[in-house]
Design a protein around this ligand. Structure first.
Ligand code: ADP
Ligand code: MG
Length: 249
């Protein structure tokens, strides 16, 4: 039994079958990559896992509980966090303030009570955010505005904003898209460091095979909305069906 179990998931957009009978099992504390050509349904699948899309049929179980029918913030509270294709950071805030945002995300009670709680919690949250930034080697940049960061550091910041929520499962949708080689390599190193430091499962959608082969323990190949094979990196490299469908050979 994996920490994430997707069974028979279907999703149509009008006449287009974006996902057809998708099965996926992600084992706890592993890095699992999902690869496949453009339009294969990778982002659609991720959206079904985080509650942004609701599958037409099938089941999605996380940590023994169904995520279907739950709102994105509820799924987030269950322990699934997501890194977006374009970093979702607050450009006008400092690096430190950005990492404090997800710590404040729980909003309940009347406004006055909420404001009181917010102020009371701030000191602790600041400390927590500082520790997180130290963990991703950004302590020295904590007072810079997020807008002034390099592309690689924006990605690093976004990662910190996810990790500060201590997710059990981190979903990454093309984390190195549009990056230069140096930033891509930094991202690979960062993900390796994160993995080494904590118990976390990662599910990574990635185009760059260098990234995939550097990180993944299992690889699922998605083609036209359906998983083609699920294998170890070694077996994926030489797989004739994969070469044909994905590498276009
Ligand atoms: P990938 O991430 O693998 O490139 P997507 O999951 O984004 O693929 O898309 C799979 C297919 O579904 C594509 O043909 C895409 O055009 C289509 N699609 C994705 N999202 C929508 C949507 N909201 N409405 C209609 N079609 C969509
Ligand atoms: Mg996509």
């Amino acid at each position: 039994m994996g920490i994430l179990e997707v069974k028979g998931v279907n999703k149509r957009f009008g006449g287009l079958q974006a996902l057809g009978d998708v099965n996926l099992s992600v084992k706890e504390n592993t890095v699992h990559a999902i690869i496949g050509p453009n339009g294969a349904g990778k982002s659609t699948l991720l959206n079904c896992l985080v509650g942004k899309l609701i599958p037409d049929s099938g089941s999605v179980m996380f940590d023994g509980q169904s995520v279907l029918g739950r709102k994105p913030h509820e799924i987030n509270q269950m322990g699934i966090s997501r890194v977006f294709q374009t970093p979702e950071i607050f450009a006008d805030l400092s690096v430190l303030e950005n990492v404090m945002i997800p710590c404040f995300a729980r909003r309940d009670g009347a406004f006055r009570l909420h404001a009181y709680e917010t102020v009371r919690r701030e000191a602790g949250i600041r400390e927590q955010a500082e520790a997180m930034l130290a963990d991703v080697n950004m302590a020295d940049k904590r007072h810079m505005t997020a807008a002034s960061l390099s592309r690689g550091d924006k990605r690093r910041l976004e990662m910190a904003m996810c990790l500060v929520q201590t997710p059990k499962l981190l979903l990454l949708d093309e984390p190195t898209a549009g990056m230069a080689r140096a930033d891509t390599n930094n991202t690979i190193e960062l993900l390796k460091e994160i993995k080494a430091k904590r118990d976390i499962t990662m599910c990574i959608i990635e185009h760059d095979m260098h990234v995939v082969f550097s990180l993944a323990e299992r690889i699922t190949v998605l083609a036209q909305g359906t998983p083609l094979v699920e294998e170890t990196p070694e077996n994926i490299k030489g797989h004739p069906k994969v070469r044909e469908a994905y590498l276009g050979e």
